[in-house]
Design a protein around this ligand. Structure first.
Ligand SMILES: Nc1nc2c(c(=O)[nH]1)N[C@H]1C(S)=C(S)[C@@H](COP(=O)(O)O)O[C@H]1N2
Ligand SMILES: [Mo]
Length: 307
């Protein structure tokens, strides 16, 4: 895999999160991923001088507390169950309102991107949270290559459908498969929105959504769809898996908002994964703390109605 870097992210677009604390570990990981000898190496070192603001949750916790309903409805078993999912080779179909539709090999898509580390807060709708150092690139950088048409108003994402390896896909009672998510085009183009290929300086663990997942840090975790095989540029909002299964509970927008409770629980605080018994719950922030960067996307919207 060759990673070409033509440009790094302008610092104005880097939010608190872009940090490279564990420089040595990252370099080791880059060697393992075959990324050294490319321009990326110097980019990463440059960015590694940035000051750490968020402390990542312990990797072992993030890798062993997952939501991956295709495999299991509990938080622990996907660590083992997901290992059977074939993720290499992998291709992504990009279709719809786009100038360059096609079925792209993941390697080819990645060869055009500069993989960097982004440390983001991550807040599940179930009111737990963590801080994850993702490896990836802005979705916008991919979209700009395939060129959405002016008629593309939304982006719809589909996870892999592989019932031979994903046991819960044999059962349609709980959720509809494959898992589908969506964003408005301006949300998809926002520099905080990532396609992630790894975390903690390593390739993405299968249970966390290898080989390619979305990360939208200001929205509830269910928007951050795993194992993406299709990206469709569409005219209308996607009928997403969760909004279909519980339209009153899971909206299309799903922006983190302490003032809009889930019908069955409050969203004004969250349990921080990795905390001890005495660690206080964290007060949930509007847009998960990213209001400065994203609030303007919703300036004329009633966030209670568009939850
Ligand atoms: N395909 C797919 N994507 C998914 C899910 C899922 O079950 N299937 N769970 C979502 C939910 S509810 C959350 S909170 C995050 C969890 O990501 P993690 O398991 O890496 O922490 O993934 C999201 N993406
Ligand atoms: Mo979630």
């Amino acid at each position: 895999m060759i990673i070409k870097t033509t440009k790094s992210i302008p610092s104005s677009e880097i939010t608190d999160p872009l940090v490279f604390k564990q420089r040595r570990q990252l370099i080791k990981a880059m060697v393992a991923m075959g990324l050294t000898g490319s321009g990326l190496y110097s980019d990463v070192l440059k960015a590694s001088e940035d000051k750490a603001v968020l402390t990542p949750t312990a990797a072992e916790i993030v890798k062993n507390h997952t939501n991956y309903y295709e495999f299991t409805f509990n938080k622990t078993d996907a660590t083992k169950l997901a290992q059977v999912l074939p993720t290499d080779p992998w291709s992504v179909e990009i279709i719809g309102e786009v100038e360059h539709p096609g079925i792209y090999h993941l390697e080819d898509l990645l060869s055009q991107q500069s993989i960097q580390e982004y440390i983001y807060r991550f807040r599940c709708v179930e009111a737990w949270s963590m801080v994850v150092p993702w490896m990836g690139f802005p979705l916008a950088n991919l979209l700009k290559k395939v060129k959405p048409l002016s008629t593309a108003k939304f982006v719809q994402f589909t996870s892999v459908y592989d019932p031979d390896h994903m046991p819960n896909q044999k059962d349609k009672a709980m959720l509809e498969w494959p898992y589908v998510e969506g964003l408005r085009i301006d949300e998809a183009m926002h520099p905080l929105t990532l396609l992630a290929t790894g975390m903690y300086g390593e390739k993405m663990p299968k249970q966390n959504g290898a080989p390619l997942r979305l990360v939208v840090p200001w929205k509830y975790g269910f928007k951050s769809i795993k194992a993406i095989v299709k990206i469709e540029l569409v005219k209308k909002p996607a009928l997403t898996t969760w909004s279909k299964s519980g339209p009153n509970e899971y909206g299309f927008y799903a922006n983190v908002n302490p003032d809009v409770p889930h019908p069955r629980w409050s969203q004004n605080s969250e349990r921080q994964l990795g905390g001890g018994f005495f660690t206080p719950r964290r007060k949930t922030e509007l847009f998960n703390g990213y209001a400065e960067q994203v609030a303007s996307l919703y300036s004329n919207m009633d966030l209670r109605h568009f939850f």
